[in-house]
Design a protein around this ligand. Structure first.
Ligand SMILES: C[S@@+](CC[C@H](N)C(=O)[O-])C[C@H]1O[C@@H](n2cnc3c(N)ncnc32)[C@H](O)[C@@H]1O
Length: 172
């Protein structure tokens, strides 16, 4: 599908990097925070379809969920993606035994710090956490960068691609 600024879809080059990371790491369980109309979920699902990965994605806006489902259906990828409707933090806090190998954080910028802490709690050994807009929205991301500083057992790469991506490898 075409990316659309109206739906804050990930920048084209950053989307290619996201796909390359999924291709390289072949994560079984991917968790996306911020579905919008499904563009980035489709990018990841295109790669996950090649090796049997699955994507869970969280969105609270009902109309965007309907659009995302339609877009995933058109792309023939709906069976690889579970969309959870609700507030991202509430859903993340509600996960108990669930564990993920790859995270894409792209929802409320002010909550990135909290999302990140939850991703660390839910991460399998060797998981990758990718956060979008880390340059364009740097002014809203103090809590996220503070959490990154405090967290242990990580490798962190800050990329200037697109609107900025932070890529974390969890070593715990
Ligand atoms: C930047 S867009 C996601 C774009 C998508 N990842 C892509 O690249 O195609 C952010 C989305 O997060 C959703 N969102 C923001 N805050 C949220 C929250 N607290 N819980 C659930 N969804 C949220 C918004 O409704 C919006 O659709």
């Amino acid at each position: 599908m075409e990316r659309d600024d109206q739906f804050w879809n990930i920048d084209t080059a950053a989307g290619q990097l996201l796909q390359a990371l999924v291709f390289t790491h072949q994560p079984k369980n991917i968790l996306e925070v911020g579905t919008s109309n499904g563009y980035s979920a489709i990018l990841m699902a295109e790669i996950a379809s090649q090796y049997g990965g699955h994507i869970t994605t969280i969105e609270f806006h009902e109309k965007r969920i309907i659009l995302a489902k339609n877009n995933l259906q058109k792309a023939g990828l709906l069976n690889l993606v579970t969309i959870l409707q609700g507030d991202a933090l509430e859903i993340l806090h509600g996960f108990e035994k669930e564990r993920f190998d790859f995270f894409f954080i792209d929802a409320n910028k002010k909550q990135y710090g909290e999302y990140f802490k939850e991703c660390m709690r839910l991460a399998n050994h060797g998981a990758i956490i990718v956060a979008d807009n880390t340059i364009s929205h740097r002014h809203s991301l103090d809590s996220f960068f503070k959490e990154l500083e405090i967290a242990k057992d990580l490798d962190v790469l800050e990329s200037e691609i697109g609107t900025g991506l932070v890529i974390v490898k969890v070593k715990k």
